[in-house]
Design a protein. Structure first.
Length: 199
């Protein structure tokens, strides 16, 4: 059975492949966006991660006629009522300027004491079938905001996020260490049962 993964990010594909393999689901072939006929990219104008994940998964299932998995993720800071949230990638105005996003967030949180610097990476994954069945799963990776960037690995807010139980930033962890505990991995793992049912 084919499942479209609404992404061209090989890491996302690899993560899901690993999870399905660990669950002994072998009759599923994951297909990246690059392997299907191009279709109009949907506008991600949802208010929540779930909204945007569903927008992408519905568009993929409708355009290709095969079940589609999509995710939306970002950083939620308690002190900022869950923001940057769905605006994580463009918090500073432009899209994907990690350094500017980190600088702005650190400036906004400059005077916030340690006990109020809780944050979490959040990922919501959606699985939508062409028949209209929909499954949502949320994964969270709890931690706190550091006061300055640390580490060279990762991307986005990794250098200013210290996971719970760690004395390093997530940018100081190896990709394997991060994958083992990541918010996306936790969300994807919850989709194993509905994928197994489909397969």
């Amino acid at each position: 059975m084919l499942i479209l993964v609404a992404s061209n990010n090989p890491k996302k594909l690899g993560e899901l492949e690993r999870i399905l393999s660990d669950a002994h689901i072998t009759n599923v072939d994951l297909v990246p966006l690059s392997d299907v006929e191009a279709y109009p990219e949907p506008v991600e104008d949802g208010r929540t991660f779930a909204d945007n994940a569903l927008i992408k998964a519905r568009a993929g299932a409708k355009a290709t006629g095969i079940p589609c998995i999509a995710d939306d993720s970002g950083l939620a800071v308690e002190e900022l009522n869950g923001m940057p949230g769905v605006l994580s990638a463009r918090w500073s105005g432009g899209h994907g300027d990690d350094e500017a996003n980190n600088e702005l967030l650190l400036a906004q949180m400059r005077d916030v004491p340690e006990e109020r610097r809780q944050a979490a990476f959040v990922s919501v994954c959606a699985l939508v079938t062409p028949e209209g069945a929909e499954h949502l799963a949320e994964g969270r990776w709890e931690g706190t905001l550091l006061r300055e960037p640390q580490g060279e690995n990762g991307f986005g807010y990794d250098p200013i996020f210290q996971p719970e139980g760690e004395n390093r930033s997530s940018a100081q962890m190896s990709p394997a260490e991060k994958n083992a505990v990541s918010h996306r991995g936790r969300a994807l793992a919850q989709l194993v049962a509905p994928i197994a049912e489909l397969a």
